[in-house]
Ligand binder design. Structure first.
Ligand code: HEM
Length: 491
């Protein structure tokens, strides 16, 4: 039966003109990925496959169908459709931490949650977060002075990661976890341990399923579960406390206007918006809220860490663009290094925005996006079998010379007002696109502008250390670190 199904499905791919490497009986294309390849070579391997077989690729792993695409019209067909919102099976391994929060849910649940969560990222809410971005990036800069001697090689990834964790905890849960000042705080440790273990699970076939991981890596599995429990307990406690506080406050006072004990305005966290939300007249339960808060904690820190580190790295290696970005910052924010930035300042940093966009093109924190076809579906005029696992190779689409001339070149002017309209939104989709795009996109852009501008106000970025070797490890990291040097900026 399986054999017949495979034959029928193979025919469907052939009729659609989608080709791929020759399949071995039973194993399909699995040997290609297992022999001589590793997580580190995945981006190069997929590039070679595209060069050989085309931008639409059929890859079969054992009995599972895979369809990989780096073709913008096909990416558009997949991302624009409401029918293709179910995630690829690979995302399942995040479920033990994130439950079926927004990133992983599907069908009606996803639709309802997306509707409730969208207002959470309203302009008025984001505006209050600018202060958090500013304060936490100031701590990052302050701590880096000790290493800013113009000689020391600094791997920005772990540094930016702690700042990003502080930011996302304070904005999503309303708590200061002081990751930068006390990196040993148990919750911080657990987020780091679990994020790293998830990245490893993603790449290791025997760790991918709970039962195989429990069987072959029992100690690792136990460690993973213990750390997840610690994080869940922490989030539960915060939710209970915030619910209690919210119930105590005057019903007519908008939370954003409240004052705390010391008379300063109390900031509204993303969690507070969720606590006040109702679905069909009923509030969300603590369990419902926890999966969303955990999803923010995950989606909202590793991604921005990767983006901030790569942007600083690129600026360190492109002095001309660095000088231009700094000049703009000086014109908008002025010469007082201690002045806090405002939402308005960030809006005026137009060139910096182009720099960040270009960095997200070359080094997208989410280099691939996955989907799963639950039924036979026609996409861009081609018919695909049910149960196909789809991978959108956005990393490669964003380096396609047909869409981006001189694709390897760092050129922020691609996004200048004159050029911007010629960018194809499905060839360039670092935040995904369509109904299931990144809900935190504006939040992320403000955070990145805030941290990168803070770094440029304090330091000259120098091209020190080994060049990056991008690797897809849940998000885009680099096997060699994301290195640079720093020198205090005098002006
Ligand atoms: C540079 C930073 C970021 C990048 C590049 C990024 C990228 C993405 C991408 C590509 C997706 C689609 C994933 C998919 O379809 O499988 C996504 C979804 C999502 N992102 Fe982001 N993200 C960033 C920052 C953030 C932040 C800061 C938050 C929260 C505060 C966030 C929350 C989410 C959520 C909740 C989803 C799921 C949306 C849904 O399925 O409806 N992201 N992000």
């Amino acid at each position: 039966w399986d054999h017949l199904r495979m034959r029928r499905q193979n025919k469907m791919f052939a009729a659609a003109g989608v080709r791929g490497p020759i399949q071995a009986p039973l194993l399909g294309n699995a040997p290609i990925f297992m022999i001589g390849e590793s997580a580190e070579t995945m981006l190069e391997l997929t590039k070679r496959l595209i060069d050989k077989h085309g931008k639409n690729l059929q890859i079969t792993m054992f009995q599972e169908y895979g369809f990989l695409t780096a073709d913008p019209p096909m990416i558009e067909a997949i991302l624009s459709s409401q029918q293709t919102i179910t995630k690829n099976n690979l995302y399942g391994l995040l479920q033990c931490w994130l439950g079926t929060g927004l990133l992983l849910s599907t069908g009606k649940k996803w639709f309802r949650r997306r509707k409730i969560i969208t207002p959470t990222f309203h302009f008025k809410i984001l505006e209050q977060f600018v202060e958090v971005f500013d304060q936490q990036s100031a701590i990052m800069a302050e701590q880096l002075y000790a290493r800013a001697d113009g000689k020391t090689v600094i791997n920005m990834f772990p540094v930016a990661c702690l700042a990003a964790l502080d930011i996302i905890a304070e904005t999503s849960m309303g708590v200061k976890i002081n990751a930068q000042r006390s990196p040993d705080f148990p919750y911080v440790q657990s987020v780091k341990v679990v994020s790293n273990m998830m990245a490893e699970r993603f790449m290791h076939p025997l760790q991918r399923f709970d039962f195989t991981m429990r069987l072959f890596f029992p100690l690792q599995y136990r460690k993973l579960m213990q750390n997840i429990k610690l994080m869940h307990d922490f989030t539960d406690k915060v939710i209970e406390e915030r619910r209690h506080t919210l119930q105590q406050t005057l019903p007519n006072t908008p939370a954003a206007e409240e004052e705390d004990d010391v008379g300063s305005k109390r900031r509204m966290a993303l969690l507070d918006v969720l606590l006040q939300a109702t679905v069909d007249g009923r509030p969300l339960s603590n369990g419902d809220i926890r999966e969303e808060v955990d999803t923010f904690m995950f989606e909202g820190h590793d991604t921005t860490t990767s983006a901030i580190s790569y942007t600083l790295y690129l600026l360190a290696r492109h002095p001309e663009q660095q000088a231009r970005a700094f000049q703009e910052i000086r014109e908008v924010i002025g010469d007082d290094k201690s002045r806090a930035v405002t939402m308005r300042d960030l809006g005026e940093l137009k060139y910096l925005e182009c720099v960040i966009k270009e960095s997200l093109r070359l080094y997208p924190p989410v280099p691939m996006i996955g989907r799963h076809l639950t039924e036979e579906t026609t996409l861009d005029g081609k018919r695909f079998p049910a149960k196909t696992n789809i991978i959108l190779l956005t990393y490669h689409a964003q380096r396609d010379p047909q869409y981006f001339p001189e694709p390897e070149k760092f050129n922020p002017d691609r996004y200048s007002p004159e050029n911007n309209s010629s960018i194809d939104v499905f060839a360039y989709a670092p935040f995904s696109a369509g109904p299931r795009n990144c809900i935190g996109q504006k939040f992320a852009m403000l955070e990145m502008k805030s941290t990168v501008s803070k770094m440029l106000r304090h330091f000259e970025l120098l091209p020190l250390g080994e060049p990056v070797k991008p690797v897809m490890n849940l998000i885009l990291r680099s096997t060699t670190g994301i290195n640079l040097g720093l020198k205090p900026r005098v002006y």
